[in-house]
Design a protein around this ligand. Structure first.
Ligand code: PFF
Length: 453
């Protein structure tokens, strides 16, 4: 086993960390959420705001969390306990563990839909005149099928996590991430070479600043948090498996860059195909599960490309789910002394149970969707996690390093192992002032905006 002097398991190679971390970052958020958020929020205008959010908030926070993890060599709760003993700051770590729990519970539901569609796309693509909205709604309003796929997804996640950091996570991402990139390139090439693809590219990239409101800004910031897996201790946990010789500023740059490029590219795999085959871009989550199967049904070799697409989406979801379960598992191993196998199985099963209402929200609990009082349980989990819990976690972690533990110590830690590029005073300014002010302002505006609707 690859253990350090402290007996903790460590990544076997530098690329192991980069692949695992970008596997966490690249997920449903890039392929399912980013394109429809962009489509709904003013195209390129949203992209510009998103890129600003990534530079001003995403990168600094990712470095911040990774530093906390590496210096403490502990899970999020233990990390705060180590750096600020006897203080209540460990609650920020606990908030992160709780958030991971909530996100994975509904993430596995959507990932289950994706697994199901690897097979469904074959049947859907073959039948002429099939109403895809109907197929999707029939799938999610069925009680057992989505639950079965959600369970299978959780079993896969638990199997990898129970095998450990190197033998489980690192081995899995080393196989899956290269496959992911090849599939993505294939799908983009297919989409942009369809006749009429240019219109989709124009739709995707045309800036419309009139769509930009307080909610758009909140949308961009919460998307950055979600997409980069920030604000809940993933990077504290993954950073705790780093050696002192590993370069944090450069590796973090690679992770942020990869995640952003994949989000942008996902739009190029989707919109050109949607327009080329004469479909509406279709707002909202239905884009991937309703519009795309219809697009594949009409495309030459569409069944094959459809299958590749949902396979790609499932890989992306799995490598992200690994990090979510790892945070919770690492907490039980470090703080409660549980065995890895027991921790991952007990938590995986509990998270599956907590996710059931989100899945059943479209069948058994559909009664909540009354005409005046519509609650989509899955959306509610999503909103709670992305618009409140993640930004709050990021804000508190920035305040902790900026004002309690100290940015000098953080910069010193980050410079260990760094050759060439490292962080300096500019990073401290971002963490102490820019990050907290932007997050606080956007959370307040977003909440007021939603209340005033
Ligand atoms: N970053 C993942 C995505 O874009 O789908 C989702 C995610 C994973 C969010 C891990 C938060 C997290 F801690």
């Amino acid at each position: 086993m690859n253990t350090g002097t402290n007996g903790r398991e460590h990544w076997a190679t530098r690329t192991g960390f980069i692949l695992a971390a970008s596997g966490s970052a690249i997920g449903l958020g890039n392929i399912w959420r980013f394109p429809y958020m962009t489509g709904e929020h003013g195209g390129a205008a949203f992209i510009v705001i998103y890129l600003i959010a990534v530079c001003l908030i995403g990168y600094p926070l990712l470095v911040n969390e990774t530093i906390i993890g590496r210096v403490s060599q502990r899970n999020p709760v233990g990390a705060f306990k180590t750096l600020a003993p006897g203080s209540p700051w460990w609650l920020v770590g606990a908030l992160g563990v709780f958030t991971g729990f909530v996100i994975l519970s509904y993430y596995a539901v959507v990932a289950g839909w994706s697994l199901a569609y690897i097979f469904k796309v074959i049947t859907v693509s073959q039948g002429a005149g099939i109403d895809n909205a109907e197929v999707f709604s029939r799938h999610i309003s069925n009680i057992w099928q989505p639950i079965g796929w959600q369970a299978l997804f959780m079993i896969l996640t638990i199997a990898v996590i129970s095998a450990g950091v190197v033998k489980g996570i690192q081995r899995c991402v080393t196989i899956l991430m290269p496959i992911f990139f090849v599939l993505l390139v294939l799908l983009i090439l297919r989409a942009v070479t369809l006749p009429g693809a240019g219109e989709g590219i124009a739709y995707y990239l045309k800036p419309d600043f009139s769509e930009v409101t307080g909610r758009t800004l909140l949308g961009a910031v919460s998307q950055a948090f979600f997409s980069l897996s920030l604000g809940m201790g993933v990077f504290i946990t993954y950073g705790s498996y780093l050696h002192e010789k590993d370069e944090i500023p450069k590796s973090s740059g690679a992770i942020v860059g990869l995640d952003t490029v994949v989000a942008l590219l996902a739009g190029f795999a989707i919109f050109p195909a949607v327009f080329a085959l004469g479909f509406e871009p279709g707002a909202g989550p239905g884009l991937v599960f309703i519009t795309l199967p219809a697009v594949f049904a009409q495309m030459p070799f569409g069944t094959f490309f459809g299958l590749l697409f949902f396979f790609l989406l499932s890989i992306a979801a799995l490598t992200s789910a690994l990090s979510l379960l790892e945070v919770v598992t690492a907490w039980l191993i470090d703080e409660r002394g549980w065995h890895r196998k027991k921790a991952s199985v007990v938590m995986g099963v509990t998270i599956f149970l907590v996710g059931l209402p989100a899945s059943l929200g479209y069948s058994v609990f559909n009664c909540f969707s009354l005409p005046f009082f519509e609650i989509d349980l899955l959306d509610t989990y999503d909103l709670l996690a992305n618009s409140i819990l993640l930004p709050l976690g990021g804000l508190l972690t920035a305040i902790f390093v900026g004002y309690v533990w100290g940015t000098e110590k953080a910069i010193k830690e980050a410079s260990k192992g760094s050759t060439g590029f490292t962080i300096g005073k500019w990073w401290a300014v971002l963490i102490r002032y820019v990050v907290p002010i932007i997050i606080a302002a956007i959370m307040v505006t977003g909440i007021l905006d939603s209340l005033g609707r």
